[in-house]
Ligand binder design. Structure first.
Ligand SMILES: NC(=O)c1ccc[n+]([C@@H]2O[C@H](COP(=O)([O-])OP(=O)(O)OC[C@H]3O[C@@H](n4cnc5c(N)ncnc54)[C@H](O)[C@@H]3O)[C@@H](O)[C@H]2O)c1
Length: 354
């Protein structure tokens, strides 16, 4: 597909901003319009450097605002929506589910309605694509020996977050089947990399290590997640937008299942080694145990488990590999080191957030 004018919702968030940088590097002549409400998770600093790019526009606004969304589709003659905007943190969905229902369900439906009006009614026949970003959490939890989630795994969401995402996935599918909207959906596993808000596992543990704060590990620490570098994820999304079959869903993952303890230990060992290699770090981070001849592992503490905590996620990504040629290029240990280094070098980015 040769889509060139793209509305990215949630483009000031973690994955959305990585996607925007990646897309404009690869297709500098394309237009990207970011629509983002700048909730606690959105950050204009994630888009730094793009302010002067004539092919980039930022609009602060809510995906639930139909008139605004429709106006943007019209004003910029948008032919593709890449939909990242969401409430995305499971713990927050347990303490306050309402925002998840509003943004993830009503917001997605508002975008679909505006896209239908613009692309199916007003500009009938125009090449277009609505690409929806979803999660592996819609499939529920796997037993220890079960095969990874495929696109045919029945939905079984367990948290208000995953239930709201499942709902949005069904709406996207329904707009294809009922109205002929050209849609694709990707369901991905846990992402990590630069610009991730410090409440998620990898940045939280990294920043707590650097500041000598406890590392709170839920339950027995043996919940398993399948880790995907955000840049590999963005590459997968691009393949689906360019070559994916309308109406189809694709799982994206890197076959990298790890327990939370393995991730926390890997972060601790990485930071311990970096401090040995670069003793100057002890001056910048005087409370980090690694700078005092000890190990960050001494900060690990087990805390009461999250209610309804899914035990294991694992992704079978054979479809996107076979049909679209997707291949991961990051491995977890170098990816974690690169991510830890990014947080070390970007204190001015994270300090105001925690
Ligand atoms: N991070 C992960 O590991 C992961 C894994 C699987 C799927 N996903 C999905 O990927 C997408 C992006 O995740 P993320 O981690 O980048 O999220 P994020 O929380 O970092 O960013 C979400 C962005 O959406 C914006 N937003 C929230 N409500 C909005 C609204 N009503 N209108 C406009 N903008 C709004 C926020 O300001 C923020 O910039 C989400 O749909 C999420 O469900 C994320």
């Amino acid at each position: 597909m040769t889509l060139q004018k793209i509305l990215v919702t949630g483009g000031a968030g973690f994955i959305g901003s990585n996607f925007v940088h990646n897309w404009l590097n690869r297709y500098p002549d394309n237009l990207i319009v970011v629509l983002d409400l700048l909730t606690y998770a959105g950050n204009l600093k994630n888009l730094e450097g793009l302010e002067t790019n004539p092919n980039f526009q930022f609009v602060k606004g809510d995906i639930c605002n139909y008139d605004l969304v429709y106006d943007l589709l019209q004003q910029f003659d948008i032919d593709c929506i890449v939909h990242f905007a969401a409430e995305s943190h499971v713990d927050r969905s347990i303490t306050g589910p309402d925002a998840f229902i509003t943004t993830n369900i009503i917001g997605t439906h508002t975008l679909l309605k505006a896209a239908r009006k613009r692309w199916i009614e007003d500009k009938k026949g125009i090449e277009h694509r609505f690409h929806h970003i979803s999660t592996d959490e819609v499939y529920g939890s796997l037993g220890p020996d079960e095969p990874g989630f495929s696109e045919k795994t029945p939905y079984s969401p367990n948290s208000p977050y995953s239930a709201s995402k499942a709902s949005s996935d069904h709406l996207v599918r329904a707009y294809h089947h009922t109205y002929g909207l050209d849609v694709t959906t990707t369901n991905c596993s846990n992402n990590y990399g630069p610009y991730q808000f410090p409440e998620k596992l990898i940045p939280l543990m990294t920043l707590n290590c650097l500041r000598g704060k406890l590392l709170p590990v839920y339950g027995d620490g043996l919940n398993i997640r399948d880790w995907l570098h955000v840049k590999d994820h963005c590459q997968g999304i691009e393949l689906v937008i360019r070559k994916g079959v309308p109406g189809q869903t694709y799982n994206i993952g890197c076959q990298c299942e790890k327990t939370n303890m393995e991730i926390v230990n890997a972060i601790c060992s990485t930071i311990d080694k970096l401090f040995v290699k670069n003793p100057e770090l002890a001056h910048s981070y005087p409370d980090c145990p690694a700078g005092k001849g000890s190990s960050c592992k001494e900060l690990i503490t087990f805390v009461t488990d999250r209610p309804g905590h899914d035990r294991r996620y694992g992704i079978n990504c054979a479809r996107i590999e076979k049909e679209l040629g997707f291949k991961c290029s990051h491995n977890l240990s170098s990816g974690i080191e690169e991510t830890v280094l990014w947080y070390i070098k970007n204190e001015t980015w994270w300090k105001p957030l925690c």
